[in-house]
Write a protein that binds this ligand. Structure first.
Ligand SMILES: [Zn+2]
Length: 187
């Protein structure tokens, strides 16, 4: 296994000039952030799990703020741009889309680019409802969607101490960080 391979730059031309090869680090980190408005009359989806609440998140898709942050972190870590580039909200195919399907598609593109997910750590910032009772199901659902063990997925929840739009219950935010490792050569 050559997980530590990374010829960052290697020379290979016959005339003695240095040829810069594409960089393929053994590890890459990715960061994601997302925010959606909270409105009445929508189902609240977080981490692919329906959550009992008076309001839901507004968006073109199911507006799962947590899955969107993770999806962006994965794509960013692999250097593949962002969720808007892969799944534009102007595309009618993604209207009301299950964000779990978008996450599955994103991780398959990450794997196709030569990287595996080692772990993801994320935080939902929401004034209400209390999410502690949903943590285990969110972790399991996200692990299933990404094809990893649940101990590779960590979800935290915080309030915004009643400050700003999140604290006033007008919106929710989520952040995510992922660590990716390169496939062994030839894998
Ligand atoms: Zn979003």
């Amino acid at each position: 296994m050559t997980t530590h391979t990374t010829d960052v730059f290697s020379a290979s031309t016959t005339d003695g000039k240095q040829a810069v090869q594409p960089m393929r680090p053994a590890f890459r980190v990715g960061e994601g952030w997302d925010c959606h408005a909270l409105v009445p009359g929508r189902v609240l989806m977080l981490g692919g799990v329906p959550i009992a609440h008076t309001h839901g998140l507004l968006g073109h898709s199911d507006a799962d703020v947590l899955l969107h942050a993770v999806t962006d972190a994965l794509l960013g870590g692999a250097g593949l741009g962002d969720i808007g580039r892969h799944f534009p909200d102007t595309d009618p195919r993604f209207k009301g889309a299950d964000s779990g399907v978008l996450l599955q598609e994103a991780i398959s593109r990450v794997r196709a680019s030569g990287y595996d997910l080692l772990n993801v750590d994320c935080t939902v910032v929401a004034q209400a409802p209390k999410l502690a009772g949903y943590m285990a199901s969110m972790v399991q659902r996200m692990a299933d969607l990404m094809g990893v063990h649940p101990n590779c997925v960590n979800v935290k929840a915080k309030t915004a101490e009643r400050l700003g739009p999140v604290g006033q219950g007008l919106s929710m935010e989520a952040r995510a960080v992922v660590l990716l490792s390169a496939h062994a050569e030839g894998a």
